[in-house]
Design a binder for this molecule. Structure first.
Ligand SMILES: C[S@@+](CC[C@H](N)C(=O)[O-])C[C@H]1O[C@@H](n2cnc3c(N)ncnc32)[C@H](O)[C@@H]1O
Ligand SMILES: [Zn+2]
Length: 296
């Protein structure tokens, strides 16, 4: 973490100010090993450059630490990449490009990527950004952020990126503190708490801030979609489906979170291909990828 991050952090437990209690190691200006605390005595560690707020990884998917027990992070990246259909990779790239173009055009000072995962979007931003915002990556998983930090350093050693392992439904950030929140299927990967993630994004955005939320739209009324919905309910205990995978459902979730000005830019459409790794998009079914822009 960089010291200027402290002024927008708040304790996720008592919502009070956080301060540096002890710094044990730095890498240039970056604090990589430290303890931060609040007046109530809640303490959080900075380890390997990542601030850890005690969040636990999802159990049934995106359980990065168990994947990294089986293979190195670079190998896992290659494996996921090789199993992702080419057309989908093109569309992910196009969505990332749309977001970076927005950032480069508007040059917001503080950019937070929500649920950064393996950093497909964050690494794209690190590579293509043409100015130096304060950049913040977030995820439930400490492990995944640890590797994201190494990746970002390789891609752009000058980027001032902060890494926060936290629950994005209760981010350790002050109200009205962030200029742009970006996400590539991060917020909609929060399952049944997706609405809470959108609400917390709304809370931390400044009055003129903006959320750039990349999502999938599918037709939730087909037989195949209903089967996947039932499987999600039984196997993942997930009850939201059309709410996070349809245009109307997502529009409603963003409005309920408080976003009044909403736009949806379609990045591209296609028909789902067979995939070993993802249930969405559904094989043989229409899908679209869109970036929802939400302003307060
Ligand atoms: C598939 S990844 C998203 C892809 C990623 N945005 C990228 O650019 O590569 C989904 C991520 O959401 C994270 N996640 C799920 N629920 C979360 C929550 N409540 N708070 C923070 N991160 C969450 C998971 O840990 C996982 O890393
Ligand atoms: Zn506290």
């Amino acid at each position: 973490m960089y010291i200027d991050l402290l002024k927008i952090l708040r304790c996720p437990d008592c919502k009070g100010e956080l301060r540096l209690k002890e710094v044990r190691a730095r890498d240039g200006e970056e604090i990589v090993d430290a303890v931060i605390d609040c007046d109530c005595g809640h303490e959080f560690k900075v380890m390997d450059g990542v601030i850890y707020f005690g969040s636990q990884e999802q159990e049934l998917f995106n359980n990065w630490s168990s994947s990294y027990k089986e293979m190195e992070y670079e190998e896992l990246d290659r494996e996921i990449e090789s199993k992702t259909p080419e057309k989908l990779k093109e569309l992910f790239n196009a969505a990332n490009k749309y977001i970076v173009n927005e950032l480069n055009a508007q040059r917001p000072n503080i950019v937070l990527d929500a649920a950064s995962g393996r950093g497909m979007l964050a690494t794209y931003i690190a590579e293509k950004i043409d100015y130096s915002p304060m950049f913040i990556l977030t995820d439930l998983s400490f492990e995944v952020l640890k590797y994201d930090r190494l990746k970002l350093k390789k891609i752009n050693p000058n980027i001032r990126a902060n890494f926060i392992a936290c629950d994005c439904t209760n981010m350790p950030l002050k109200d009205n503190s962030i200029d742009r929140i970006t996400s590539l299927f991060g917020i909609t990967n929060m399952g049944d708490v997706t609405g809470e993630g959108i609400k917390d994004s709304y809370r931390i955005l400044k009055a003129d801030g903006k959320l750039l939320n990349t999502v999938f739209y599918i037709d939730c009324n087909t037989e195949a979609a209903k089967e996947i919905e039932a499987a999600f309910r039984e196997q993942l205990h997930m009850s939201l489906f059309s709410e996070i995978l349809s245009r109307d459902g997502l529009d409603k979730l963003h409005r309920e979170a408080g976003f009044t000005k909403l736009e949806s830019a379609t990045i591209g459409e296609g028909v789902g291909e067979k995939s070993e790794i993802d249930a969405i998009p559904i094989e043989g079914e229409w899908f679209a990828i869109a970036v929802i822009s939400g302003s307060k």
